[in-house]
Each structure stands twice: as C-alpha cells, then as structure tokens.
Design a protein around this ligand. Structure first.
Ligand code: CAA
Length: 389
C-alpha cells in the first residue's frame, strides 16, 4: 500500500536587514522600473555580520521543533549552495543548536538551488522505509554577487525548514517526478570565491531548457496535464523568471499564454520572494509558503513545483494540498520574519557585503547585530562559534 508522505510543517527565517531596490537604484543610476517590473524585485534580505546559513537554518527550524518535539527526527538534511565549510555539514551546527538527539544522521546536500528538492525526495524515501521517523529538511542560503554586477539586484537570503512525515498536515507529495540534467556553465562559484559567477542570459536559457526537459519527462512518466494544477511554485531567482518559465511551458504544451491566467497561476507564489530576493535552495519553498499563506482554500487541489539548480539539475513534481492545512500554517510568523527587518542605507549594505573573517586562525568576534534567536559569535582557531541569544 502506498503511504501518504509529504510536508507536515513549514517555517521560514530571513536576515536581519533589508536593502530596498530603490536604494540600490539611487546608487547605480538604474531606472527603478527595471527592478520593480523588469525583474520583479522590490527589496532583498541582507544577513547581519553575526548571521549565516546556520543561524537562519536554526531559526527556521526552531518553531518546528517547538511544535512537534525531537523524538521522531532521525535525519537532518541541510541543503545549501553557500556552504561555510568544505567538510563539516552546516546541519551539524543546527543539530547542536536545536538540541536534537545524538541518534540522528545529518548531511549537507549541494546541487545549486536544486539541493532542497533532492533533500525532500530523499526524505520521502527514508520515511517510506521507516514510517515512524520524521526528516527535517532545511534549505538555507545567502545569495551574493559582486558589487555593481548585473546579478547584484538578484541577491537575497533566507532559510526554509520542512518536516517530512507520513500523513502530512500541509502537502502530500506525489509520484511521478520529471527529471532533467545537463552539463552547462550558467552559474557557478569556485571554491576560492564568496560571490557567484553567472552568465545571465545563458542562465535564463538554461532554466527554460530545463523546465521543458522536466515537463517532457514528467508527461512521459504519466504525470497530470498542465491544466489541472491550481498553482505553480517555480524556483524564483527573481520573480519575473517564474513568469518566463510558465509562459514557456504553456507555449510548449500548446496552451493559451494570456497574462491574466499566468498571473492567477503564479501571483500568490511570488509575494515573499519579491521582497526577500533570491534564496537559492529555499526559493521554491518560499513560493509554497507564500501560496499557502495567501491563497483561498486549496484543500485537495494539486500544486506543481519546478525546482531548478544551475549547472544544471531540475525536477518537476506535484503535491496535493491536504484538507485542514490552514490550521497548521505559520502565516503570522512568516510575515513577521519579513516585516521585522531593519532597512539599510547603501553604505551599511556595502559594509556588510564586504565583511569577511581574516583567514589567520586568530580570535575574531562579530559585532552584536542580529535580533534573531541564534548568532555566529565569531571564529577562533578557524572554528565557527555559534550561540543561542
Ligand atoms: N522598466 C521595465 N522593465 C525594464 C526596464 C524598465 N525601465 N529596463 C529594463 N527592463 C527589463 C528588460 O526588458 C528585461 O526584461 P525581459 O527579461 O523580459 O527582456 C529585464 O528588465 C531585465 O533587463 P536586462 O536583461 O537588460 O538586465 P540585466 O542584463 O541587468 O540582467 C539578469 C538581468 C540576467 C537576470 C541579471 O540580474 C543576472 O545575471 N542575475 C543573476 C542570474 C539569474 O538569476 N539567472 C536566472 C536563471 S539561473 C537560476 O535560476 C539559478 C539561480 O538561482 C541563480
């Protein structure tokens, strides 16, 4: 008998600060319409000097632990492409900050922005094998490009934590999945850089090619017709990209590309991404959070997911929203995580952008900036020191 497995709880966190695109546009002389309309972004989250993927990931997961306890969590999957260490999983720090049992497996996954979807699918497999266990999947990223580069306006930072279990309260994930991999150099970050490199137009083309490839495979595997979905959660490096991808799929499938219909299918998935910016692995699940928090009752309705990670790997899959899901949402907390951010002026943003620990093995404390539940206190002897505030 096939089990009902999926997302039982979903929680998000983001950075302490926010840079409005109007501030960036005033600095670099860009006409604001390019940001607000052309790429569909209003503002971007910027982490404090004492925040990173660990503090955001722990902040996203802590409310899930508070609600469900730790007893059934036997696996933590931490997905990121802004890793802080080449060996140790960021998830181990989160495991410690949250006080999870030592009888837990913890691992970090990487394939650009696709990593969290790999984590979700792995989690489903683990729960299928042992239905008593729950898997904590955390997606956490800081998106950082060079100052004054075209990618700068598409930065952002956020974490999403998802508890995966049988009989989920929010979304039941379905088979089949449509899969696509191609060896392309559209976006990458060599180990010696802390900012990403990107070929902007190539990356848009690679995303569209991957969207089409996953859809083709999804259809061949016997998936639902495109017209059946109530909404579409796309990976959103900038929210306009979701519109480009959806128009592309509609065209490919021979459907009408009426802008009103496209806006109805996507509009409610972009509300958080448009003010947070690119959160890489978390982006597609921020889209889901925004949809569930804002849409009219979706009980029993299928929702489509298109997860894209540059390089590139992509997956198209479906989930059915579970009846009664609205009682389990965290709408107030999600909106508070966004509205509580402190605005930065350009000089403050630039200072944080340039902040870097010296690699000398000495003691380096961070300034106390975050008002979140966890902070990176500094480094000492090349070791990162985290604390609960
Ligand atoms: N009013 C309204 N619209 C305007 C405008 C104005 N005043 N000025 C320009 N625009 C429009 C342009 O017409 C264009 O729209 P279309 O795409 O519909 O043609 C849009 O604004 C952007 O303009 P440009 O293409 O000229 O902008 P750009 O050269 O500065 O680059 C970008 C845009 C390529 C997205 C760049 O921001 C970038 O490199 N971003 C990072 C890479 C990225 O996000 N790629 C997405 C796919 S890869 C992926 O998904 C993985 C990931 O997370 C990175």
């Amino acid at each position: 008998m096939s089990l009902s497995i999926g997302i039982h709880d979903l929680s998000l966190a983001t950075g302490e600060f926010v840079l409005e695109h109007t501030t960036l546009a005033a600095h670099n002389g860009t006409e604001i319409g390019k940001y607000h309309v052309g790429i569909g972004q209003e503002s971007m989250s910027v982490p404090a000097a004492d925040e990173d993927i660990v503090t955001m990931g722990a902040a996203a997961a802590a409310p899930i632990i508070a609600r469900h306890g730790t007893d059934r969590i036997r696996t933590v999957v931490f997905a990121t492409e802004s890793s802080i260490d080449q060996a140790k999983s960021a998830g181990v720090y989160v495991h410690s900050l949250l006080g999870l049992s030592s009888a837990t497996r913890v691992v970090e996954l990487k394939q650009a922005c696709y990593g969290a979807t790999a984590g979700l699918q792995f989690a489903i497999g683990l729960v299928q094998r042992d239905p008593a266990q729950q898997v904590l999947v955390i997606a956490s990223d800081v998106s950082k490009y060079d100052l004054d580069s075209p990618g700068e306006a598409t930065q952002g930072a956020a974490a999403v934590a998802m508890l995966v279990s049988v009989d989920p309260a929010l979304v039941r994930i379905e088979d089949p999945s449509g899969l696509f991999t191609a060896d392309v150099m559209d976006f990458w970050r060599p180990n010696y850089r802390d900012t990403a490199l990107v070929d902007g137009q190539e990356s848009i083309g690679a995303y569209l090619q991957a969207a089409e490839g996953t859809w083709k495979d999804y259809s061949e595997q016997g998936g639902r017709p495109l017209g059946e979905f109530a909404a579409f959660c796309y990976h959103q490096p900038f929210t306009k990209m979701a519109y480009k991808a959806h128009r592309h799929l509609l065209n490919y499938c021979g459907y009408d590309t009426d802008p009103g219909d496209i806006a109805r299918a996507l509009g409610q998935t972009t509300a958080y991404n448009t003010v947070i910016g690119n959160s890489y692995t978390a982006s597609v699940y921020l889209g889901l959070a925004a949809l569930l928090d804002q849409a009219d009752d979706l009980s029993g309705r299928p929702v489509a997911f298109l997860s894209y990670g540059s390089g590139s790997v992509a997956e198209f899959f479906a989930g059915t929203v579970v009846a009664g899901y609205r009682e389990h949402l965290r709408t107030g907390a999600n909106q508070e995580a966004i509205s509580r951010r402190t605005p930065l002026d350009y000089a403050g943003y630039r200072e944080l952008h340039e902040f870097k620990f010296p690699a000398d093995g000495g003691d380096h404390a961070t300034p106390q900036q975050t008002t979140g539940p966890f902070r990176l206190a500094g480094i000492s002897g090349h070791k990162r020191l985290y604390q609960r505030r």
